[in-house]
Design a protein around this ligand. Sequence first.
Ligand code: GLC
Ligand code: MN
Length: 346
Amino acid sequence: MTAPFTLRDKTGEAGVGAGVWNLGPGGDPFGGPTREAIPILDRLPMIAEAGMSFYEAHDSEIPAEDADKAIKRAEECGLRCAMYTPSFFADPKFKDGAMTSNDSAIRKAGLENAKRAVDTTVKLGAKTMVFWNGREGFDFVLAKNGQDSFKRLVEGFNAVAQYARENHGDAVRFALEPKPNEPRANMYLANVGEVLYLISRLDAEAQPLFGANPETAHSRIAGLDYLWDVELCLEAGKLFHIHLNAQDGQRFDQDLPFGYTEPLKDLALLVVLQDAKYDGIVCFDVKAPRTDDPKNIADILTTSGQNLIWLWERALQVDRARIAALREENRATAIAGYLAECLYGR
Ligand code: GLC
Ligand code: MN
């Protein structure tokens, strides 16, 4: 049992979270599971024991009819729901997307699915619902009309916002999570810039309800710097949620433990979050590797948590005045050196 990880002196929520899917059975596109699948609700106590204060889920993992059971199990182990999301990617009917499908019946099914997810988000007590772009995208050019797809996204999100306002007041807000590819060759809302542009095209009443959920590895898969992606969200006042993990450069989505690949950049990211007084929940989006034995399946969460706390504490110590002075002197390399000193000591 790991004591809950707590981000010292953090504005707002100081506990951290993880998704129930993070503790999956280890299947990948080339081979089936390597472990028995743990029933979803049994993963809640495991997430709590790994030091998390929050959990995340999709509607396919905790469907509306299981919400009462989930609430009870979460209460028993002291977890709260950080965010909930519709699953627009698992059901074969969403094979070509939900909101951007060329088939209006599928778009309608997607919208109904999203409305149910809004109700379940509120019922589970989460304040944020995430839309991950998933299968909204294309593998072949001209398979969809891009301009129509964009309009469909705008219409869909406007409708979701209206439904949420009418039925739940301001109980819930929405965070769009960009990713450039996988599962589609090309995904709509590929990066933070596209997400912010889409929000700017929503109805005026819908815009305040929508923000972003940037994920460090997704930026990396796009070959982008995640620090700038997060800063852009902050500048727009749209950092509603955040997913931390790590990635070995531009390749398939790995969902590695936070802090594993680029600790220096992670340190800088935490400095930025601290200075911006980010008050939302910090969550991991990591995946227990298929090589891990069942008994160690939660190592991915404890490793991420330990790395995060280590880096967070060092970020608190970073001398902001020193960085400002080095900037003043145009000493970018020395800033990198100073960050390394903060991380590794001398
Ligand atoms: C999937 C994605 C993950 C996203 C989540 C939320 O699990 O892999 O990045 O955060 O869905 O919808
Ligand atoms: Mn994610």
